[in-house]
Design a protein around this ligand. Structure first.
Ligand code: FES
Length: 470
């Protein structure tokens, strides 16, 4: 049933994509809307209940990304795609003088094959070119980047890069969100806030210069939206401190692409000088008056402050939601990003308002940089890996991820990106405590069901995990 629904939706998408390419561009938003309406009508007719777009990664692909060739039999479509790609490469090389963008080579786990990784995180990063550096506050720096050949970095609003930095001979990896609007011609940047004692964040704030190279993996992450011109929706965003970075990307992209949508942002900070993107947000409020409501909440407000006050606790958030008179028609979508206590408070406040958890998207930001020393246990821990009816004992050394240790022990583990971005290494925890690097792509629901990612997971105690599949 689900398979035939997907096939039908695929044919509808491909037909709409064909129409969009054949007809004038001005008609594309209407063709897209007609496709979405037709999908919903057919879903209803076949008994599938309508759903709000909760996880945009599960939403229909944007029309521009749908391949009309999928209407054809697969063998013919594959041949045509190969020919299209070859023509594109030749055109880029011979006419435009461009080389193809670098590709991240990722080890692939295939059934029955063991892929070895070095003991420490694999080096699969590629260099980006740093084209500009802007110090947003005394504690936050925006690093503008392009691909090494000068071409723009492609990403979805709200995604993050994993940045590799070598300090005193030690290779360290941290995730930083892309904070720019996801639009052609808009320069792309990550914004890095200093963390007390954080080696990478302080190193980048102190040393990064225009002309440097930044080693990265990604972009990755599911804390994102699929902006569509025809959308008319209300996005409510709750951000604390540097949690503004992915929110900023989503917010500005939505305002610029979706002319019928509006955004409310509640943004908590310690003091006025700690507010990242203060001027950019003020300019957006002017530009999108009536469509963007911005509510600053300060823990230590300056004299004469008339905005919200306090830490973003449950009570303060509820008071701000009331003060802003946010009406929820059951379709409002919420985006939450900030320190863990603030996120827990936000979930509780929204739950008490009757907001279903699947209308809340979140990005966790408690990078292990915030903790002292290495993440995970400081002694070797036993991890029992249960797979296909067999149990394997794996010794995980301090600093090692479960994936690294299991692969080194010869166990055929599923994985792809090895950086918390794809979910391929997802396993279920059956006992013990595991610490994961954040952000990563696990949803709140998956966490509550006991899932963990082995590529960014380190044991804190003796642990048992169940690997699903063959
Ligand atoms: S391998 Fe991609 S999330 Fe772990």
């Amino acid at each position: 049933m689900e398979g035939s629904r997907r096939r039908r939706a695929g044919r509808l998408d491909a037909a709409a994509a064909l129409a969009a390419r054949a007809l004038p561009t001005a008609l594309t938003p209407w063709i897209d809307q007609a496709r979405l309406d037709a999908t919903m009508i057919l879903d209803r007719a076949t008994g599938k209940p309508p759903q709000p777009l909760l996880n945009e990664m599960e939403a229909p692909a944007p029309l521009g990304e749908v391949d009309p060739l999928s209407l054809l039999p697969r063998a013919i479509a594959d041949k045509l795609r190969t020919a299209q790609r070859d023509v594109r490469i030749l055109r880029d090389r011979l006419i435009l003088g461009k080389n193809p963008p670098p590709v991240i080579e990722r080890p692939r786990a295939t059934a029955g094959a063991v892929v070895s990784l070095p003991r420490k995180a694999p080096h699969m990063a590629r260099p980006l070119k740093v084209v500009k550096v802007v110090h947003e506050t005394k504690d936050a720096v925006s690093i503008y980047v392009t691909e090494a050949d000068g071409s723009p970095l492609e990403f979805r609003p709200g995604q993050f890069l994993s940045v590799d930095v070598t300090i005193d001979g030690e290779r360290l990896r941290r995730a930083y969100s892309l904070a720019s609007a996801c639009l052609p011609e808009v320069p792309v940047h990550v914004t890095v806030k200093r963390i007390e004692g954080g080696r990478v964040s302080n190193h980048l704030n102190d040393t990064i210069r225009e002309g440097d190279e930044l080693e990265v993996l990604g972009p990755s992450g599911n804390f994102t939206i699929e902006p569509r011109q025809v959308n008319e929706r209300h996005l409510v965003m709750l951000a604390g401190g540097s949690g503004i970075t992915p929110i900023m990307s989503i917010l500005e992209t939505a305002l610029r692409v979706e002319r019928g949508s509006r955004v409310t942002l509640i943004y908590g900070n310690r003091g006025w000088d700690d507010v990242i993107f203060r001027d950019r947000l003020a300019a957006l409020c002017d530009e999108f008056a009536g469509r963007l409501v911005l509510d600053h909440v300060l823990e230590r407000p300056p004299e004469g402050w008339s905005g919200g006050e306090g830490l973003l606790s449950g009570d303060v958030l509820e008071a701000r939601l009331q003060a802003l008179d946010i009406e929820d028609d059951g379709l409002v979508r919420y985006f939450v990003c900030g320190p863990t206590p603030m996120m827990e408070a936000a979930h509780e406040a929204l739950r008490q308002r009757g907001v279903d958890a699947n209308r809340i998207a979140e990005e966790r930001f408690n990078s292990h940089e915030a903790h002292s020393g290495d993440a995970g246990s400081d002694k070797t821990e036993l991890v029992v890996v249960s797979k296909a009816g067999h149990e394997h004992g794996v010794q995980v050394e301090p600093g090692q991820t479960i994936l690294e240790a299991a692969l080194a022990a010869g166990i055929d583990m599923p994985f792809s990106c090895a950086m918390g971005g794809c979910g391929s290494c997802r396993v279920r925890r059956a006992g013990g405590d595991i610490q994961m690097e954040e952000p990563n792509c696990l949803s709140r629901a998956e966490r509550e069901q006991g899932y963990v990612l082995t590529c960014v997971g380190r044991p804190l105690t003796q642990v048992k995990i169940n690997v699903e599949g063959p």
